[in-house]
Design a protein around this ligand. Sequence first.
Ligand SMILES: Cc1cc2nc3c(=O)[nH]c(=O)nc-3n(C[C@H](O)[C@H](O)[C@H](O)COP(=O)(O)OP(=O)(O)OC[C@H]3O[C@@H](n4cnc5c(N)ncnc54)[C@H](O)[C@@H]3O)c2cc1C
Length: 292
Amino acid sequence: MSAALVLGRSRIKTLILNTEKPRNLVTTHSHGFLTQDGKHPSDILKTAKEQLSKYPSVTYSIEKATDLKQDDEWYRVVTEKDEYLAKRVIIATGYKDNIEEVGIKGLASVYGKSVYPCPFCDGFELADKKLAVFGDAFMAPMFSKTISHWSNDVIVFTNGENVENEDLKRSLQNNRVLLVEEEIKQLHSTNGILQKVELASGKIIEREGGFIPDTKSTESTDFAKKLRISTEKGPFDMEVYKVDENKETDIKGLYIIGDARTGWSGVAVSVAEGSMVGAAITHQIIDEEWKE
Ligand SMILES: Cc1cc2nc3c(=O)[nH]c(=O)nc-3n(C[C@H](O)[C@H](O)[C@H](O)COP(=O)(O)OP(=O)(O)OC[C@H]3O[C@@H](n4cnc5c(N)ncnc54)[C@H](O)[C@@H]3O)c2cc1C
């Protein structure tokens, strides 16, 4: 939608297909995007739609794209209702979290309400509280280092996995982060606010919130994979889609931005990348039209 704003202002015919289920819809407040800090994700979407509605070349449709094919120099976008031809396509379909696959009973009720994936998004609100970090025997201890910046009361729960790495164990002790390796029976919460972690043995540990680094997230669509966009190593050794400075992939006219490209971008970066791609496409169209 941010790309469409630039394209609309450049009077370029643009279609937005959106199922209106951004990844952060489970959360009550979106943080860290200047001018929108603390807004509900739905309110940000509403404002975006209102602002785009004044641009005649931009069409917005609540419609699910089901397939994306390349036909010579055109892209064919198939949806549940129709088919569209486009010279250029921006994949901005994001990621989805698969919380049920984490395998902790009660996690879905607190996810986005008091247990979050990102401390930059929600660490401020959970500062100095009794926090939990859920994850495997490597990721959870590693993540607790970051989380301990926001609270001195952090417990790592590995849900039945043993931390074999002695250096990692020692670093937790040195920083007063407690480690619980026992299996979790279930999380108890009230209105989405984590209250207690119940272990398999019946032991109860009180917690007020927490973080989870691995939400078993996956790409929302398989378009990038199907079209075989090249990948490369990104931050944290993650595989990300390879793009040039215009966010264009190695397939001409195909761009990928936001979570869809890296697995995690945050709202502000997504919006910035959209803006960059909108300007880049406008420049490309100007170059095509300009006669030397
Ligand atoms: C619990 C939680 C809290 C978060 N809090 C914050 C925060 O406070 N601040 C922050 O910056 N980030 C936060 N994030 C991260 C943030 O949600 C993402 O980084 C951001 O939404 C990525 O933007 P995006 O545009 O790439 O993808 P999204 O915002 O996920 O948007 C993708 C859009 O594509 C649509 N779509 C998907 N598939 C199709 C299809 N086939 N056809 C048509 N449309 C489709 C979706 O409906 C959605 O509207 C949070 C995430 C979670 C899970």
